[in-house]
Ligand binder design. Structure first.
Ligand code: NI
Length: 207
């Protein structure tokens, strides 16, 4: 085997350093490009939430997704028999509406019942007396409610209890929809109050 001279070793070392340097440089240059691409994807790739629905308000009027065109809105799925999450969410939405002041009139806040069987308009009307009067309760037939749940890709599961009673498992996500009826953002009850208020202000301004 031919022994490498000191000169050859030096060259080899120089070439390695050069190649490694070039490789790192390529990687560094590529990184911001990759980041920019993924940001673009997340901006254009809005979740396909929202879609046609037809429900009845707590005042007995029909309300469809078409009626809401031109108004940004807030949608929360729940039911009047819910012991915990729903009253908390509705109480918080009432507080947020109060904090928004007159701007609060520029959006609609909807409680969409997942309990078509028990939540008739009259019951929704009574239940909503405890919250901001601008909150609109919505219900419908089992099929109309199921259609709405599908449109928003939300999660609801009926859970049987003793004596033929039942409850629902559901998520506490509050959907913010723009004036075209497309998903804008979501409120999470775990985020700070200020963050929720800022999102609602942005929905009113940009949604
Ligand atoms: Ni609930």
């Amino acid at each position: 085997m031919k022994r490498l001279s000191q000169e050859s070793l030096l060259w080899l070392l120089l070439i390695s350093v050069f190649v490694l340097g070039a490789l790192s440089l390529t990687l560094i240059l590529r990184m911001p490009m990759t980041a920019a691409t993924s940001t673009q994807v997340s901006i254009t790739g809005r979740p396909m939430i929202g879609g046609p629905f037809r429900l009845t308000t707590h005042e007995g009027k029909t309300l469809t997704n078409e009626d809401l065109k031109g108004t940004p809105y807030v949608a929360f799925f729940g039911f009047t028999h819910c012991p915990d999450v729903c009253p908390t969410a509705l109480w918080n939405l009432s507080e947020l509406l109060k904090a928004l002041g007159p701007d609060g009139n520029k959006l609609k806040v909807l409680l969409i019942s997942v309990d078509a069987e028990r939540d008739k308009p009259e019951l929704l009307a009574t239940y909503l007396q405890s919250f901001d009067p601008r909150i609109i309760g919505l219900t419908g037939t089992e099929e109309q409610v199921a259609e709405t749940v599908r449109a928003f890709k939300t999660f609801v599961r009926k859970v049987p209890l003793k004596d033929g009673e039942f409850t629902f498992d559901h998520i506490a996500t509050i959907y913010l929809m723009d004036c075209k009826g497309e998903f804008f953002s979501a409120l999470d009850l775990h985020e700070p109050e200020e963050a929720r208020l800022a999102k609602l202000r942005r929905l009113i301004k940009e949604g």
